[in-house]
Design a protein around this ligand. Structure first.
Ligand code: DQA
Length: 141
């Protein structure tokens, strides 16, 4: 299978910000582990990160229009909690999307308990650090 792993706002600072919550591994290191897992399982994976909501919308559209992906693993960061634009983009495409969070958002501040994306996603994984991404790939498989 071919996966697209999408990371949204602030995820580029993973490993450098709030280390007690998100750990000390950088996004590049995490992506390396995800790529290794995919390879071991005969899958391939592309990565994209942006802090700009519209660029993530464009990437979702591009994945849909160009084709080629069997599933998308998406950590939308804080946009998870309020971006109707990302929600509509996920609803618009015919590729299954799994919402992912490294932290257990339900054990954190109240505003993180609600996601506007979950309803249009195939599934949700949270709370397992970088392994949340891998679990989402296993689920999509
Ligand atoms: C996050 C959780 C979000 O609430 C937060 O805004 C993030 C990261 C996570 O991976 O745990 O930036 O998506």
């Amino acid at each position: 299978m071919k996966f697209l792993v999408l990371n949204g706002v602030n995820l580029n600072l993973t490993g450098l910000r709030e280390k007690g919550v998100y750990g000390t591994e950088t996004l590049e290191e995490i992506n390396g582990k995800i790529a290794a897992f995919a390879k071991e399982n005969g899958d391939s994976v592309d990565f994209y990160q942006s802090n700009v909501e519209g660029e993530l919308v464009n990437k979702l559209h591009e994945a849909f229009l160009k084709g080629g992906y069997d599933g998308i693993v998406f950590n939308a960061g804080a946009h998870t909690h309020y971006s109707y634009a990302l929600r509509d983009a996920i609803a618009a495409i015919n590729i299954p999307v799994v919402e992912v969070h490294m932290s257990n958002v339900h054990a954190r501040e109240e505003f993180r308990h609600h996601s506007v994306l979950s309803e249009v996603c195939k599934g949700v994984v949270c709370g397992f650090g970088w392994k949340s991404y891998v679990m989402a790939m296993v689920g999509l498989k």
